[in-house]
Ligand binder design. Structure first.
Ligand code: F6P
Length: 365
């Protein structure tokens, strides 16, 4: 009988997930007698009847290093603790299927589970570990909002995507003497906005950690024009908000989706600037899920590969209840408690913010 480890990807996808899966399989193949099973669509593969599990061998991971998304599929809805069920009257509610799921995994002879996911997924990992599952976490997210690790894979690819698109906006903005607002992802963290604003040479960077005052942004825009000629690039994080109005988000109507839906601040900002008297043409680009797609850049392929190798070695060492982390210069691990304790947010007095200010980037706060 082969020893079994189960791998799954949870939450929103990001570039580099396949590189982690591949690294786990490659490292496992160096040990005698291990079988890697992939669970389809996060934990749904072991919650469904019939089960949706696939055997992952060197053949099945060949060529996936460069592929975006995840070959296992993923979801950021439901989960073992809030599994959606349809009631007889057509309405939806949720039930806790965690105990039943842990029993299924153990009955299958699976010794360990590797959950590749962001903060929400690692909260699930911790709760499952507390209920007796041998589980290890691998941090992923384009948002880079996990405090225990210097970087999550997927983040640098998202920054690269945004930066390349800012470069494109600069050419059209300067040709038309326009103000361009680029709304980017990141949830409550301004990392994507901050990094891409610096890399793309933006004039204004608006992030959730530093609520804005519209007059300061207006002043910056005016400084970018001489006799009506000029242009201005504003990068705004989806979770940003004004000092006067506070945070905006919507409740999702999708079944089993419990995240706050962000997005829309770019449009609000554009209207506020017009109301504040900005007379230059303003155009808005909302980059959206483009930031999560496509092939991972080399940095993310390397980090993801390091995380995958480490995760399997943690299985061998029985280091359960821990999440892999990158703390320069080491790849290490921390307990789930530490991993999910607090979010990784931009600090106003941090090195990168100071660099941005030194470049004349206006935060509008
Ligand atoms: O957490 C990653 C992320 O892309 C956020 O930046 C964004 O707010 C959210 O996921 C979007 O989620 P969904 O794919 O459910 O629209």
């Amino acid at each position: 009988m082969k020893r079994k480890v189960m791998v799954l990807t949870g939450g929103g996808d990001c570039p580099g997930l396949n590189a982690v899966i591949r690294a786990i399989v490659k490292r496992a193949s160096q040990e005698d007698n291990w079988e890697v099973l992939g669970c389809i669509d996060s934990f749904n593969g072991v919650l469904k009847t019939p089960l949706e599990l696939v055997t992952l061998d060197l053949n099945s991971v060949s060529g996936i290093l460069v592929k975006g998304g995840t070959i296992l599929g993923t979801t950021n809805k439901g989960g073992p603790f809030h599994y959606p069920i349809k009631n007889s009257d057509g309405s939806w509610s949720s039930i806790d299927r965690s105990e039943e799921m842990i029993k299924t995994i153990k009955d299958l002879g699976i010794e360990a589970v590797i959950n590749i996911g962001g903060d929400g997924s690692q909260r699930i990992s911790k709760a499952l570990y507390d209920r007796g599952l041998n589980i290890i976490g691998v941090p992923k997210t384009i948002d880079n909002d996990l405090s225990a690790t210097d970087f999550t894979f997927g983040f640098q690819t998202a920054v690269q995507t945004v930066t390349e698109d800012i470069d494109k906006l600069v050419t059209t903005a300067s040709s038309h003497n326009r103000v361009f607002i680029m709304e980017v992802m990141g949830r409550d963290a301004g990392w994507i906005a901050l990094h891409s604003a610096i890399a793309g040479g933006a004039d204004v960077c608006i992030i959730p950690e530093m609520p804005y005052n519209i007059e300061k942004i207006k002043d910056k825009i005016e400084k970018r024009y001489i006799n009506g000629r000029g242009f201005c690039i504003i990068v705004v994080a989806e979770g940003a908000y004004s000092q006067s109005k506070g945070k905006i988000y919507q409740e999702s109507k999708e079944i089993g989706y419990y995240n706050e839906k962000l997005g829309g601040i770019g449009n609000i900002l554009m209207n506020e600037l017009i109301d504040a008297g900005v007379k230059h043409d303003i155009r808005l680009t909302v980059l959206g899920h483009v930031q999560r797609g496509g092939t991972p850049i080399a940095y993310d392929r390397i980090l993801a590969s390091e995380f995958g190798v480490k995760a399997f070695e943690m299985v061998l060492e029985k280091k359960f209840g821990q999440m892999v982390v990158y703390r320069h210069p080491e790849i290490n691990s921390v307990s789930f408690d530490k991993a999910i304790k607090e979010p990784h947010l931009v600090e106003a007095n941090s090195r990168l913010v100071k660099t941005a200010m030194g470049l004349g980037i206006e935060f509008g706060n």
